[in-house]
Design a protein around this ligand. Structure first.
Ligand code: ATR
Length: 272
């Protein structure tokens, strides 16, 4: 049995063990996938022990994604540009690192939600780690515009510099969005976990827009309520992104791509 695990703190809430065991069952892969809560000050040692015991790969969630990237000997572009890793693969002394969150988001929007990003006007709200992971995979789909709005406008402007040469970004505060509308609006702020709403100008949602909340399983978040109130008919939370990023990691580790539809259905929590 090959061993994999997800590392985080806290970790009880993680759906990754369930998702990967469903993938393993469906693809007849003989793996064990567990959840490991690393103490906040000893992620490196906890991961090293897992490797020493024969672990072949890991997912990494909050708050260890930056450290996971720093430990990598072979980071992929996705991890380099995000400055964070959510999937690791161990081979001898080497640690390969990827960040599959962004490709998971794009696959969910395009394949599961049926919205091609090419030629679309796309807005990401927030300029933290979740946004950094999403920019490159979205830009690769050639949207007409990729805008980043953030409460602290300067943090958004910094992203434009980080991604210079990889993605053209329109960056600023929320007030700068006045008079513009978008086909896809993604909430990558942490407000999905709080009760704060974003100061989005009226009209930010184009007719037939998709409103996408990256957080999963919180029902109607303030952002999704805002979208509903603005008349948006197509809303989604991050359940598909979660399952799709897991499928990328599984395929990377095992060389077999699992079907995601049944797993997404099983994890979906109604948006009410
Ligand atoms: P993550 O790694 O999940 O992206 P993060 O790096 O801490 O988390 O980033 C949190 C994001 O949520 C930031 O863009 C933050 O905006 P600031 O850069 O201005 O802090 C945004 N955010 C958090 N609370 C918010 C609020 N009440 N209103 C608007 N944006 C908020």
């Amino acid at each position: 049995t090959d061993r994999y695990a997800v590392f985080g703190n806290p970790i009880v809430q993680s759906k990754s063990p369930l998702i990967h065991s469903l993938f393993a069952q469906a693809t007849k892969q003989d793996i064990a996938y567990t959840a490991i809560e690393a103490p906040l000050e000893s992620f490196t040692a906890t991961l090293a022990r897992f490797r020493a015991e024969g672990g072949l790969g890991a997912n990494v969630t909050m708050p260890f994604k930056l450290q996971a990237f720093e430990l990598a000997t072979d980071p992929a572009d996705s991890a380099l540009l995000a400055g964070a890793a959510n999937a690791l693969k161990f081979e001898g002394d080497r640690i390969w690192a990827e960040n599959f969150d962004g490709v998971g988001l794009v696959n969910d929007i395009q394949r599961n939600l049926g919205t091609a990003l090419a030629g679309k006007r796309v807005l990401i709200c927030g300029a933290g780690g979740a946004t950094r992971g999403a920019i490159l995979p979205i830009a690769l789909q050639r949207p007409a515009l990729l805008a980043i709005a953030n409460r602290t406008a300067e943090t958004a402007h910094q992203l434009a510099r980080v991604f210079d040469g990889h993605a053209v970004l329109q960056t600023g505060g929320y007030e700068a969005l006045a008079g513009e509308s978008f086909d896809v609006v993604i909430n990558a702020t942490s407000t999905g976990l709080s009760q704060a709403s974003l100061p989005l100008p009226a009209g930010v949602f184009a007719p037939n827009a998709l409103a996408y909340e990256m957080v999963y399983g919180k029902g109607l978040t303030p952002f999704l309520k805002q979208a509903r109130a603005a008349g948006v008919g197509r809303i989604a939370d991050g359940v598909g992104m979660l399952v799709e990023q897991a499928a990328e990691a599984f395929a990377w580790w095992r060389g077999v791509r699992p079907d995601t539809q049944t797993v997404i259905q099983r994890l979906t929590v109604p948006l009410t």
